[in-house]
Design a binder for this molecule. Structure first.
Ligand code: ATP
Ligand code: MG
Length: 394
């Protein structure tokens, strides 16, 4: 490569990364506001659904509102997956188990003439990270494969261990030599031209008709897998099909993966628990309060971190859990978290946000926060998280 063309290549890469960063920043700001809007619509619609007679015709209208919100949420999750750098939960999970779960979901939704074939490694494939982000990435890859097949074909999903040697081949130049858990999704669809492949990871690039594709699926996959220290590889031949491969660090710590979780009691009695909500956004607080009270818990509310600390100190004996927003004026989630921990090192703190700057949430999780709930959340999600955390604390 001549000096000139090397300079050109570097400039092109720089421009590209600046563009990605600008889009990322925009996406983050948007996601925060949109997620709050979606969150409050979802919360009030869930309360309505619970209060209405299941046979009432309007109940199905409410379900449609919830469905639409979930579509909006998936879109925001893709945007965030591309934009953000943090992971919102850090746990060991088995890539085989996740893949099997994805296959189960697909079986119910894809056209009957698409055959799914699977071959999973016979040993568990422990991976450390955010299982729901990885799940979402796998779904994006599989849905692309299904879309490429136009109603019939074969979707093959395989997993195995894969070793990247020191002298690794050019397909993954920025991967550390190590063992990886590998997932391959192969389709017999239309395939991609070299030109499409070059752009496939760019946000908003889509070849699908307007309204059918937003061009955020693969950027989400890319952002998420990178963020987990892995890589994504596309291989495709026009008219023959595509193979999408993801590699994720395999049991990198070498420690005992899948530690046993101490036994938890089954149900907690919501009536006995008071939850402190700390969030600055009026519509969010109103919606969350309504939803949580509908589940039977009592609530206390504070509009920023400083007020949160005061309310907590005054009601310490009756508060069983704190739900803490990350981005707030006066005192943000991070500072509030540490101050709460000073007052009470044991109180369960569930972080929740529509977007958390960089890897703030990840830092707080490592510092002992008890979980992160991505806004907007579904009622069932919130219910499960609350009762798990409250049981743990008995
Ligand atoms: N398995 C595949 N076979 C053929 N083309 C693919 C495949 N996966 C992705 N592509 C191409 O890459 C483009 C970008 O994919 P991406 O998932 O980012 O966006 P999308 O599927 O168009 O929209 P979205 O995922 O946001 O609904 C697609 O429009 C398609 O042209
Ligand atoms: Mg897609």
């Amino acid at each position: 490569m001549s000096e000139d063309s090397r300079i050109q290549a570097v400039e092109k890469q720089l421009l590209q990364s600046q563009k990605m960063e600008a889009v990322g920043r925009l996406a983050g700001g948007m996601a925060h506001d949109m997620n709050n809007v979606l969150g409050s619509i979802m919360a009030f619609a869930s309360v309505l659904e619970m209060e209405m007679d299941p046979d009432d015709r309007m109940t199905s209208d409410v379900r449609h509102i919830l469905e639409a919100c979930k579509k909006g949420r998936d879109l925001m999750l893709n945007l965030l997956g591309f934009a953000r750098r943090g992971k919102y939960s850090l746990e060991w999970f088995d890539l085989n188990e996740r893949s099997a779960h994805v296959v189960d979901l697909l079986k119910h939704t894809i056209p009957k003439k698409i055959v799914i074939e699977t071959k999973f490694d016979d040993q568990p494939l422990p991976v450390h990270g955010d299982p729901s982000q990885i799940h979402h990435a796998m779904m994006n890859i599989c849905i692309n494969a299904v879309d490429a097949m136009d109603n019939s074909g074969t979707l093959t999903i395989t997993t195995d261990k894969f070793i990247v040697e020191e002298t690794s081949d050019v397909r993954f130049p920025d991967l550390e030599p190590a063992t990886y858990a590998r997932l391959r999704v192969t389709d017999t669809g239309v395939g991609m031209s070299q030109e499409v492949m070059n752009q496939a990871f760019e946000p908003f690039f889509t070849t699908k008709p307007q309204g059918l594709g937003s061009g955020l699926g693969l950027p989400m996959v890319y952002g998420t897998i990178k963020n987990h220290g892995g890589a994504v590889i596309l291989e495709s031949t026009s008219d023959e099909g595509t193979v999408v491969t993801i590699l994720l660090p395999y049991n990198r710590t070498g420690s005992n993966a899948f530690p046993t979780i101490p036994g938890r009691k089954t149900t907690s009695d919501p009536a006995l628990a008071t939850i402190l909500l700390i969030d600055d956004e009026d519509m969010v607080v109103k919606a969350e309060k309504r939803l949580i009270e509908k589940m039977g818990y009592k609530t206390l509310v504070a509009r920023d971190g400083r007020e949160g600390l005061r309310v907590f100190a005054e009601n310490k004996d009756k508060i069983s859990l704190v739900m803490l927003d990350m981005i707030m004026p006066v005192m943000d989630g991070e500072e509030t978290f540490y101050k709460l921990r000073e007052i009470d090192p044991e109180i369960p703190i569930l972080l929740s946000s529509g977007y958390s700057k960089e890897d703030k949430a990840e830092q707080l999780l490592s510092a002992g926060a008890d979980g992160f709930l991505q806004k907007p959340f579904e009622m069932s999600e919130l219910r499960t998280r609350l009762s798990a955390l409250l049981d743990m604390n008995r």
